[in-house]
Design a protein around this ligand. Structure first.
Ligand code: FSO
Ligand code: SF4
Length: 542
């Protein structure tokens, strides 16, 4: 196997024997095969579009299947193999339709690829279509091609979340197909690859806008909300991942059953949505970020649901309590299917002891998404003008296990009192419960939401630039991003495509970025790796 799509890749170069995430060579090969067959399906979908044929089921499938290959989503070989088969079926059906209407299909191996019958043979086929098998003589084109694919994985994740809540834009699907199909080409220049990668950033902005609309039109605009970190005596269900609809369905199905529902990891900001917080048994937040789940889930006295990434290998001491749903899968872990009947989860929660007593572990405040922050914009602008607010820091992104990520908690501690910190993503769990005080009533730590809510951060930055009548790059704002998986890649591409400079990225730079491509990003966007909190603060604040 060879995979280097995430930040924890082995030795900073690539996982070759087994994924640090737990991905087996078998699953890695099948995911490579799925991406390869999706490229073929995308070529056919583009040819179909030329004939006026646009199939919603193909569009949604491409987004879902691509999302399934994102880090920490699907570890089940049989499930990935099923997706490959479905991909070939969709491809062949659409191919026949294009041919019957006299359409032109490109000459391509991926369009005519014959899928093997057995799982073992499919794994072999996957091995023949992995990253290393791609013949790009130019290492920089190879690097940009992989960057495009990882950006597309992030866009697919956002598109899928938005689609679940009824928000779609065909232009997003067109780009997913165009981008996937393009990666089969060997005739594009370096400049054309850069253009495609930047286009991915722009399309991701549109996709995040769709997701923002999906979340806020369904559940209302988040409002500042205090979330208890302790527990309530009684039976319990823990919901992790990022899917708001799954949480809503669990809240509905547990009503009146004597069960309290808790959030874990990236579900924390859900407490701020009016249409979710209205449930009285939606109690509080338990635990921290994804990489601590094996310890935290083992101690949770109730049932656990993983709605999206990031799942880790379920340990024996909580294997009987955990369920997956949506695109998440782990071999032998019960999966709640498309009917979203969570009764097995409820049954398990009622069998388990639950929390024996009320416990108080303090609270955190969430719900400072775009609307809430902009409602105090005048106060913020005044604060800056009067010199009470010196600088804004956006410290957001993913968390992870590496000790180098302590940089993010250290810098938050060292940021001077006259600065405001905006945060989002699971990276905030390094500092989410620190008491940082306020500046004239404006909390110094503002939680904008999930990594999926990066659109809010961009809107806030654009609104501030408008208010101060300056370019975003001239604002007293610094972006310090922690990345882990491919949604973060898509967000980074969006920032670059908006011309945002000086982004600090850590804890390490992506292994798939070649030295020359990095050089391009440094020269054109002043992208830099994080150094030490002291040095970075000195460079930023002078
Ligand atoms: Fe974290 Fe995982 Fe939200 Fe990522 S839970 S690491 S960017 O997959 O999704 O922030
Ligand atoms: Fe390795 Fe990350 Fe790929 Fe998992 S997703 S195999 S940890 S590079």
């Amino acid at each position: 196997m060879f995979c280097y799509q995430c930040e924890q890749t082995a030795k900073g170069t690539g996982c070759e024997k087994i994924g640090i995430c737990g991905k087996t060579p078998e699953v890695a090969a099948l995911q490579d095969l799925l991406i390869y067959t999706l490229k073929g399906l995308s070529q056919v979908a583009l040819a179909a579009r030329e004939k006026g044929i646009n199939k919603p089921e193909v569009n949604v499938f491409i987004a879902e299947a691509t999302f399934s290959t994102l880090t920490n989503v699907n570890f089940d070989a049989r499930e990935i193999a099923r997706l490959v088969q479905q991909c070939i079926e969709l491809r062949d059906k659409l191919k026949a339709e294009v041919e019957s209407t006299g359409g032109n299909l490109p000459i391509s191996e991926a369009i005519n690829f014959q899928l093997a019958n057995s799982l073992d043979e499919m794994v072999k086929q996957g091995e023949e279509h992995g990253i290393l098998a791609e013949k790009d003589p130019d290492p920089d084109i190879h690097s940009l091609k992989q960057t495009l694919i990882y950006g597309i994985k992030g866009i697919a994740a956002y598109a899928d979340h938005a689609q679940i809540l009824g928000q779609e834009d065909d232009q997003v699907y067109v780009f997913l197909q165009k981008g996937l199909a393009a990666t089969l080409r060997s005739d594009l220049s370096l400049e054309e690859w850069i253009e495609l990668v930047m286009e991915a950033g722009k399309v991701n902005l549109r996709t995040m806008e769709l997701l923002d609309k999906a979340n806020t039109s369904t559940y209302g605009h988040p409002v500042p909300t205090k979330v208890p970190l302790g527990a309530k005596k009684g039976k319990a269900i823990l919901v992790s991942g990022h899917d708001l609809r799954d949480l809503e369905l669990i809240l509905k199905q547990t009503q009146g059953k004597g069960i309290y529902v808790y959030t874990h990891g990236e579900m924390l900001p859900c407490h701020g949505y009016p249409e979710l917080k209205k449930y009285e048994h939606f109690y509080g937040h338990y635990g921290t970020a994804w990489q601590n789940q094996q310890k935290e889930f083992a101690q949770f006295p109730g049932a656990i649901v993983m709605t999206t990434n990031c799942i880790q290998k379920p340990l024996d001491n909580y294997k009987q309590n955990i369920f997956t749903t949506g695109l998440v899968a782990w071999p032998d872990i019960p999966h709640i299917g498309k009917d979203k009947d969570f009764s097995p989860v409820i049954k398990r929660a009622l069998e388990l002891d639950g929390f024996p007593e009320d416990t108080d572990k303090g609270s955190v405040t969430v719900g400072f998404a775009c609307n809430a922050v902009l409602s105090v914009a005048n106060k913020v602008i005044e604060g800056v003008k009067q010199g009470k607010i010196r600088h804004f820091f956006l410290i957001g992104g993913c968390d992870g296990a590496k000790p180098a990520r302590n940089y993010y908690s250290e810098i938050v501690e060292k940021i001077p009192q006259d600065c405001i910190i905006l945060t989002l993503g699971c990276g905030k769990f390094k500092f989410f419960n620190k008491q940082l005080g306020d500046i004239d009533g404006i909390p110094r730590l503002l939680d904008l939401g999930q990594c999926n809510d990066a659109y809010s951060a961009i809107q806030i930055a654009l609104a501030l630039a408008k208010a101060f009548n300056c370019d975003v790059n001239d604002l007293p704002l610094s972006l310090i991003i922690s990345w882990y998986e491919q949604k973060a890649v898509a967000i980074l591409l969006t920032l670059l495509s908006l011309g945002i400079k000086n982004v600090r990225l850590g804890p390490t730079l992506p292994a798939f970025i070649s030295p020359k491509v990095l050089d391009y990003l440094v020269k054109n966007y002043d992208l830099k790796p994080i150094s030490t909190p002291e040095e970075d603060l000195k460079a930023i604040l002078g």
